[in-house]
Ligand binder design. Sequence first.
Ligand code: FAD
Length: 319
Amino acid sequence: MYVQQASKSKCKVAIKPLELENTKEPPLNLYKPKGPYTASIVSVERIVGPKAPGETCHIVIDHGGNVPYWEGQSYGVIPPGENPKKPGAPNTVRLYSIASTRYGDSFDGRTASLCVRRAVYYDPETGKEDPSKKGICSNFLCDSKPGDKIQITGPSGKIMLLPEDDPNATHIMIGTGTGVAPFRGYLRRMFMEDVSSFKFGGLAWLFLGVANTDSLLYDEEFTNYLQQYPENFRYDKALSREQKNKSGGKMYVQDKIEEYSDEIFKLLDDGAHIYFCGLKGMMPGIQDTLKRVAEQRGESWHQKLSQLKKNKQWHVEVY
Ligand code: FAD
């Protein structure tokens, strides 16, 4: 199957089937762990450079149009084999944010893409990798080959759905590592696909935190949007092992948030949506920064946060 990646032209790509726009509610849990859908792998591509710590792969799955989903949802994957904690029982489901739009990277509604980081285990005493303790599902996915079968469940999740009621809204996306996955889906829908019912004219602002330049994910795609839609897209990167923050420490996404805090707070006051996705550990540092900035502005972060939640502007999916 031909999988089209980033286009250099501003001309948007035609998508099908158009019926995927017709439903009012997102598809939810069409396939459950007891009755998963058997899909097949289209491609597995390592998408980080040689100096990235760890490996991240872009995996395209052919679901034949049978497991439709919306941008921001996740699929479950049941890796083959026995659950090591429950001998005799199958492995449990692992969730992965979908990194494509509902039309998939092939623009025909038949595929879904995942952005998976291979989980490895380093012995804390020797510092050496212990392959017997490597992550089961992420390694299964990153090692799979075109044509391999894969058991999927879902789609699941509503919290990260892209609100489309106002096509001119602002969307501030904060992602670390594979947390960029749902944002890649949003941005393709906004800037790459010709969706008649969603003509995006607002602002999408992506903050992406990774270790170094080689660890950047989908950078070419995002850089293309910057060139094509400079009025509608902003893209800020925090490279913790290459850049320094203003105090001389490592540059994390919260340092970038702080740098632009006046603009971010103003956009939130004007109704912007803010999304966070990535490892759980990213949230405390971000929350501390937002709280500190709010206090410097003479605002109560506690009140602001509850208002943002009440207005459905606050979207968090961390794992
Ligand atoms: P597991 O086999 O579940 O192991 C978990 C960890 O334990 C690994 O680091 C492993 O090395 C370690 N381990 C194994 N055995 C031992 C032992 N004996 N002692 C100590 N440690 C051990 N991940 C992504 O990469 N991309 C995504 O887009 C993504 N989206 C997600 C979305 C949601 C909503 C959620 C909840 C999670 C998401 N995840 C995502 C995480 C994903 O679901 C898995 O948790 C992850 O891939 C690890 O699963 P695994 O089967 O590879 O590791």
